[in-house]
Design a binder for this molecule. Structure first.
Ligand SMILES: O=P(O)(O)OP(=O)(O)OP(=O)(O)OC[C@H]1O[C@@H](n2cnc3c(O)ncnc32)[C@H](O)[C@@H]1O
Length: 192
């Protein structure tokens, strides 16, 4: 089995149940580690991921660790909020409606969603850190749909006529940035 060496101790550092569900659907051997680590602020997700992984491996040396960062970038805002999306859609902030309003008011609905996965593994020479990325383009629409999580209700990926939140989990998997990042990771595993 190609993934045999991935089992069973790949720890996914996350407190997000939606992300965990989707990652485990693709990689059932992944276990969650919901640890509260300081998160540096940067518009480069790789820097945020790397800092988290290095802190985590200090706490739990010798483990294979995974961190994932998913961002939503609006062309109407020059690529923001990107990795800061969580704060834009938090309660009391702009929210999904507000983001959709901004995109519509600026006359540009184009957006891209990107998942970065960082993998930190013990290696013969110390630690190996690898990144895997997946991006899909789409458009921002008024919130619609009940499934999924986060900003799923306002993102309609290219090639689909509904938002992630209107899709079944299988449909979202077919269109999602996370699937592309996971494909890249699996390819790297297959090639050793
Ligand atoms: O503990 P971690 O894994 O860091 O979880 P998080 O919720 O902080 O995760 P991110 O920074 O990657 O996510 C930024 C925001 O984007 C949301 N999000 C992540 N993946 C998503 C997806 O596939 N669809 C919709 N929203 C998503 C997520 O709920 C956050 O509000």
């Amino acid at each position: 089995m190609k993934n045999a060496k991935a089992a069973p101790q790949l720890l996914f550092l996350t407190g997000n149940a939606g992300k965990l569900r989707e990652i485990q659907a693709a990689l059932p051997e992944v276990r969650a580690w919901d640890v509260d680590l300081p998160e540096i602020q940067s518009v480069d997700p790789r820097r945020v991921i790397e800092a988290k992984l290095l802190e985590a491996t200090r706490l739990l040396p010798g483990q294979r660790l995974m961190v994932e960062d998913t961002s939503l970038s609006l062309d109407a805002l020059g690529g923001l909020p990107g990795p800061l999306i969580k704060w834009f859609i938090a309660d009391g902030s702009l929210g999904l409606e507000g983001l959709a309003d901004v995109a519509a008011a600026r006359g540009n609905l184009q957006a891209r969603a990107t998942t970065w996965i960082g993998l930190l593994e013990p290696s013969a020479t110390g630690l190996s850190l690898r990144f895997f990325e997946g991006t899909v383009r789409g458009r921002i629409v008024r919130p619609v749909g009940q499934s999924g999580f986060g900003w799923d209700p306002i993102f309609q990926p290219e090639g689909a006529d509904k938002t992630f939140a209107q899709m079944t989990p299988e449909e979202k998997t077919r269109f999602s940035m996370r699937s592309l990042a996971l494909d890249a990771l699996r390819k790297a595993w297959e090639h050793g």
